[in-house]
Structure formats: C-alpha cells, structure tokens
Ligand binder design. Structure first.
Ligand code: NAD
Length: 400
C-alpha cells in the first residue's frame, strides 16, 4: 500500500489528506507555525474530517494516520504530495532533503513555474535518485467550511496535465501509474512532454497578476463600498492584458522551437485555449476571452482579495495572486525570455507594476537582476544566466 506524505495545511492539503486517508497510509506535515498541532486537535475533536462533494450526496470521513511538523516522517513515505502554495515549496524541499529515501516521488500540485530548477538546486546529486511530477494545477477546487473539520470539494477535474522526471531506476510510466493509482479514476493524468511546458503553461501567472493589474493599475486609492468580482468583473481591457501575457509566452515557445525544432511545446496553451479546455461546460459564452471569463459559472461570486479599510474595502496586494504568482510564475517566464532574447512587453508592464505593490525588485533596468531575484523561480536565481546554460539545463541541442 502506498504511504503518502501530504505537505501543507491549507484547503488543498486538508482535503487531499482526508480523501487519501480513506484508502492509504497518510502522514500530513505542516511546517507553518503551530498549524500541525491545531489541525491534529481539530480533526480529532471532529472524529475525522468530512469532505462533501458539492452537488452530490457523496461524502468522505477520514483522518491522516499522523499530523506532524517533523520532516523525518518522509523516511517512511514513497510519495510526497506538495499541496502548499508554491511560495513555500523551497521550505518543504529543504526540510525533507536530509531524510528522503531513494526512489521517493515528489508530486507537486500545482508546480507553478520552474519547479525543476528548484528541485535540482535543493536535492543536488540526490535529484537523480528521486522522481518529480510537476502538475499544471490541483485536481480539485476545494474550500474548508470549518477549519480542520469539514470541507467542500467544489469540483474534480476530468483530466490533469503532469510532466514527469522519473528516478533513474524507473520509467515515466511507472511514476504515472503509481500516481494515477493514488488519484483513482478522476482526474486522468495526461502526460506533458517536459517540465518547461508546465512552467510556461502555468495559467496562474497569466490570470492572477493579469486580472489584478487590469483592475487596480489606475485605482485612485479610495476604499470601495463592496468587494469587486475577480473573474466576472473582467472587462475588455483586462482581457487584453491577459492575452498580451499569453502572447509573450507564445513568443517564448517559438524561440525554444527555433533553438531546437524537436523541443515539444505543443502542450503550452494560450489562455483562451486553457479556459475552453478547462471550463467548456461551465462557460455560457465562449466567443471572446472576456465573455468566457465573465460567464464561467464555476467562478461565480469569487471576489478580488480585499482588506477592510476606511469604512470600505481596499485591495490586498500581499495575497498569493501577486505574492505567489509573480515570483513563481511571471518571473520565471520573463527570465527565460531574457535568455532567449524574446521581447515581452505585456509581462514587463505587469511585472514592473506588481513588484512595486510587493515592495520587491525583480526586474531592474530591463534585466532580471534586481536585488530580490533570489526569491524567484527565474532561471537567473539558480545561476542560469545565458542561453547556453539554459540549453544545457533543458538538454536542448542548439540549431540556431
Ligand atoms: P491556502 O491558501 O489554503 O494555503 C494556506 C497554507 O499555506 C497554510 O495553511 C499553510 O500551510 C501554508 N502557509 C501560509 N503561510 C505560510 C507561511 N508564511 N509559511 C509557511 N507556510 C505557510 O491554499 P490552498 O487553497 O490549499 O491551495 C494550495 C495551492 O493550490 C495554491 O498554490 C493554490 O493556488 C492552488 N490551487 C488551489 C485550488 C483550490 O481550490 N484550493 C485550486 C487550484 C489551485
């Protein structure tokens, strides 16, 4: 029987721990403050967590075998699931590295961008003996209702894309079969040819910073009487920003193809393609990106992250829509573009604005060498600073 270590303690980690614990041996680890202790207490008080599946009578009640903050627990696990926001991946990789055994598979959901650069940096020579599966997103949309006790699975994806780097002794298929066995029938894992495609195809880097920029870049600073809708509030100018970022990423894919015609970027979707592939059944009008986003019933009622202030609401720019998706998303793509001499006008505009809101400096004088670059997934943060170094990391044979 698979023995799984689930990393994190938020919506996703609690739901996945509950679902998997009904079938496998599950250890949950949270390194965040006293979260493991609080979670253990809450779930025991409730005699197990209950996950309800929205729109059905289905419910699962279960609890992990152990909830801990001790990273040595990884010794006894053959699969490690990262369901913690990507800003904290490095903290977990570093804590687990001294204890991890050969052959362990790390499934990172969602991987966001540049996960393989980080994995190799932290695991060093051990990386080849371990497996990495970089998932494009989380298989479930989920929220807890009563922290540690009850949660709702709002939806399960039918299929989910993952790029796999197997341990030296295993094949990609071995890893996919093992992970598919964990997930069950849905979602079906669809193999993505390389981690670069997961990185460039990361939809969070387009949607979250793009919509936030579109809504707030010319805001007058006055509190609003109510929280504006995030997806359903997208106007045509904001949709243009998203398509601009997506177009910049398409240009990066073209440059990779020019370097090596065999480098497979076919799974990197434009943002419109991604929306239609992910939500075709819940979109009422898919004639344009703006209409697809504003008529997608799966995102009904979701608001911009806001804080109460001055008798109303002001945007919370520290929320993960910028603090996660800029460093572990846009910065990666911008960094790769720079190494390939690709111009990215929309990414530059959004990144320059967003780094100001985060009080960070990633892009400086048009280069990814600002003082906070080390906190990002840009290749430059891992010492990859030339086209040749990028090609060698990607095992690309240059033709141009
Ligand atoms: P979440 O916001 O619930 O995660 C919060 C957790 O992050 C905390 O419980 C803690 O474990 C950890 N954390 C927060 N601050 C920390 C800190 N300072 N130091 C260390 N750890 C800290 O997120 P989630 O909803 O569980 O989502 C996890 C990931 O999955 C995110 O990347 C999210 O974008 C993605 N995702 C989630 C959903 C969903 O439906 N929940 C859907 C698609 C993608």
């Amino acid at each position: 029987m698979a023995s799984v270590l689930v990393c994190g303690g938020g919506n996703a980690a609690q739901v996945v721990s509950c679902l998997f614990a009904s079938r496998y041996k599950v250890t949950a680890i949270s390194l965040y403050a006293d979260e493991a202790e609080r979670w253990d207490k809450a779930v025991k008080e409730a005699k197990g967590m209950t996950c309800n599946f929205q729109g059905t009578n289905k419910a699962v009640n279960s609890m992990p075998d152990l909830i801990t903050k001790d990273p040595s627990a990884v010794k006894n696990c053959d699969v490690v699931l990262f369901t913690v926001p990507s800003s904290f991946h490095e903290q977990y990789f570093r804590a687990l590295e001294p204890f991890v055994q050969k052959g362990t598979i790390f499934a990172v959901m969602p991987a966001r961008s540049g996960c393989d650069f980080l994995f190799k940096k932290v695991m060093g020579e051990k990386a080849d003996t371990l497996g990495l599966a970089a998932f494009e997103t989380l298989p479930w949309a989920c929220r807890f209702n009563d922290w540690g006790k009850t949660a709702t699975v709002l939806g399960t994806k039918e299929s989910i894309s993952a790029a796999v780097v197997p341990p030296l002794t295993k094949s990609k298929l071995d890893v996919i079969l093992k992970l598919q066995g964990l997930l069950g029938v849905e979602p079906k894992i669809v193999e993505c040819p390389n981690v670069m495609s997961i990185s460039l195809g990361n939809p969070g880097q387009v949607i979250h910073p793009g919509v936030t920029y579109g809504k707030w870049h010319s805001w007058d600073g006055k509190p609003l009487p109510q929280k504006p809708l995030f997806y359903h509030g997208v106007d045509t100018q904001t949709a243009d920003v998203l398509e601009g970022i997506s177009g910049d990423i398409t240009a990066i894919c073209k440059a990779l193809k020019t370097l090596d015609p065999n480098f497979d970027c076919s799974e990197v979707k434009t943002i419109m393609e991604w929306y239609m592939a992910s939500y075709s059944t819940s979109i009422a009008d898919g004639s344009t990106l703006q209409k697809a986003m504003s008529t997608n019933s799966a995102y009904e009622g979701l608001c911009h992250p806001m804080k109460e202030s001055g008798g109303g609401y002001v945007p919370d720019f520290q929320f993960r829509y910028l603090s996660e998706d800029v460093p572990t998303g846009l910065c990666f793509s911008r960094g790769v573009a720079e190494l390939l001499n690709v111009k990215t006008p929309t990414i530059d505009k959004v990144l320059t604005w967003a780094q100001g809101k985060l009080s960070k400096e990633f892009l400086k004088d048009g280069k990814m060498n600002g003082k906070d670059i080390k906190d990002t997934r840009a290749p430059q943060a891992f010492g990859v600073t030339s086209k040749d170094m990028l090609c060698s990391f990607l095992r690309i044979k240059k033709e141009a």
